[in-house]
Ligand binder design. Structure first.
Ligand code: AMP
Length: 555
């Protein structure tokens, strides 16, 4: 199929606000696509991969701009100007192609296959020279494009097609093209996350074929999501069970879906990214602690401090998700526990089973290894008082809050559902002054890793300490903070330093407690660094009065 045909459809879809017209244009395109249906359906959403492959094309705006410059000979500054004028690098590319100063001698018309395959290959370029190869590949497409084609090639490369087509439009268009119910298309998509597969099935096997599509190993399902409740009582009421709701600890880590077939285990994030290579310890835990040949489990992966056993802040844990090298060392530094809370497949799909039955399955197939793989801490119904005790215990163990769940609910992928509510304290962040600090031990011994924080007592024009901070910053942030604080050192005693109070930090925390340890009479529980408030002077910091008021409000 010529890319011009697709570009003409993009153009007409972009030009109309009416959903019915968008749907009709796409339905015609899908009906005429023949063998190219899978490719065309993905391209209609501006994608070249299924969601769960999560391959990132790694094409930045500056790379694309360089490619357009190379392909057209138009000066980069002018391209940038057009880009700024329209806010759309695609429109700038269109204009650059229209005004191009150089032309390839043997220009071949673009085909849909070529654009698709070229962009797919881009994602695999890695290492030295890969940026140049990407520029060349995009430039190759742009040089053979007419202005309208360039507009859409560039936007697709950047990952933003911007023609007002969402999953819903594609779903409606598929339903119209192949005369199948919209709901059947939607369900099939949520289960498979592969719109190309759904399209082919709708066309070749109709509604019955769509119904037969189900969860499959190594193809992640969209996670079921919770709504936020204002407080515990509301959470229990919201899930439709009152105080007979099932309660679970809400962990602060990464949602993971584990797919297991024999010894083959894969770990996917909530965004369907495959992070198996980053978590060899979690893979091992599943191999050792799950007694099932084939299953899909849902849970939260939480990083722990190996010395204290306390959960680490998400910021620190998130290093493990990103790290591609030195994985074993990092795993020793931040070990993980897998807290499992659902079973979606145990040889057969369990999605339509009630939660209580899925949990029975989960219990039957896990052999907990404390610290490595465990069932999420939970409590069966025990009235509001019991629920409150459970909630308080979860918070004091350093977790985020609790989840209230309706035990009769099926698993609905990809939705915020009414049958699951999250309850967690929402404390407003505080801006506090750093008054003292302490150099860390071990790896961070050059850094002021422990910072004492104070609020401002306006009545006395004095600073009064409310706690100390030692988590929430990245290594880079901590190094920058240390550099910022060292010139303020007034006195040093071993690793302890007194500082001129000049730096204000924004911090979040779990709760405020009464304390005799600090001058304010209060202590922040689990404070976490959010950022430096360069705009604030110490006297602009939050006041003692405000800390007092927040403490009262919590009671
Ligand atoms: P939020 O990210 O605030 O929307 O909260 C939902 C997230 O909480 C889920 O995506 C999970 O990653 C996480 N979570 C932690 N513990 C649980 C649990 N016991 N049940 C369900 N989700 C949980």
């Amino acid at each position: 199929m010529e890319y011009a045909t697709l570009a003409a459809v993009y153009r007409s879809v972009e030009a109309t606000q009416a959903d019915t017209e968008k749907t009709a244009a796409l339905a015609d395109l899908f009906r005429d696509a023949g063998d190219l249906l899978p490719v065309v359906v993905r391209l209609a959403r501006g994608k070249v991969y299924p969601r769960y492959a999560a391959a990132d094309l790694g094409v930045s705006s500056s790379l694309t701009q360089a490619a357009v410059e190379k392909a057209t000979g138009v000066d980069g500054d002018r391209i940038e100007e057009w880009w700024k004028e329209t806010g759309d690098l695609g429109a700038a590319a269109e204009r650059a192609v229209a005004e191009r100063t150089q032309r390839t001698l043997a220009s071949t018309p673009l085909t849909v296959e070529r654009v698709h395959d070229t962009l797919r290959e881009l994602a695999e370029y890695e290492g030295a020279g890969s940026q140049d190869r990407k520029v060349d590949a995009v430039a190759g497409l742009v040089s053979d494009a007419d202005p309208a084609e360039a507009r859409f090639v560039v936007r697709t490369a950047l990952g933003h097609l911007r023609i007002g087509v969402g999953d819903g439009t594609v779903r409606d268009a598929l339903a119209a093209a192949f005369e199948v119910p919209v709901a059947a298309v939607e369900r099939a998509h949520q289960l498979t996350n592969d719109i190309a597969l759904v399209a082919g099935t709708a066309r070749d096997e109709g509604e019955a074929g769509l119904h037969d599509l189900d969860v499959e190993l190594f193809r992640p399902v969209e996670a079921m999501l919770a709504r936020t409740a204002d407080d515990l009582e509301a959470g229990l009421a919201d899930v439709g069970t009152g105080d007979t709701a099932y309660l679970e600890v809400k962990y602060d880590g990464a949602r993971v879906q584990l797919h297991k077939d024999g010894d083959d285990v894969r770990v996917f994030t909530r965004r369907m990214e495959d992070v198996t290579a980053q978590f060899p310890d979690a893979v091992e835990a599943v191999r050792a602690g799950v007694d099932a040949d084939r299953c899909i489990l849902d849970g939260e992966l939480v990083g722990y401090d190996p010395d204290t056993g306390d959960p680490v802040a998400f910021q620190r844990f998130s290093k493990r998700i990103k790290r591609k090298y030195g994985v074993e060392e990092l795993a020793a530094e931040i070990p993980v526990t897998l807290h499992l809370f659902d079973c979606l497949h145990d040889g057969d799909s369990l999605l339509d089973e009630p939660l209580a039955a899925r949990l029975d399955r989960l219990d039957a197939l896990i052999d907990p290894i404390p610290g490595d793989i465990e069932r999420a801490r939970h409590q069966t119904p025990d009235g509001l008082d019991g629920a409150e005790t459970f909630y308080r215990e979860a918070l004091s163990a350093g977790h985020e809050g609790v989840m209230c769940k309706n035990p009769a609910a099926a698993y609905t992928p990809g939705r915020r559902v009414d049958t699951m509510a999250k309850v967690k304290p929402t404390m407003e962040p505080l801006d506090l002054v750093v008054t003292r600090a302490k150099y860390s031990e071990g790896r961070r011994s050059e850094q002021l890793g422990r910072l004492y924080l104070a609020c401002y007592d306006a009545d006395r024009d004095a600073l009064r300490e409310v706690g100390r901070l030692s988590t929430g910053y990245t290594d880079e942030e901590l190094a920058a903070l240390t550099e910022r604080l060292e010139p303020l050192i007034r006195e040093r005693d071993g690793r302890d330093v007194d500082l001129d109070p000049a730096v204000v930090l924004e911090v979040e925390y779990e709760e405020i407690q009464e304390s005799t340890e600090y001058g304010s009479g209060y202590a922040l529980r689990f404070p976490r660094f959010l950022g430096v408030r360069e705009d604030l002077a110490p006297t602009d910091a939050d006041t003692h009065e405000r800390v007092e008021r927040l403490y009262e409000e919590q009671q």
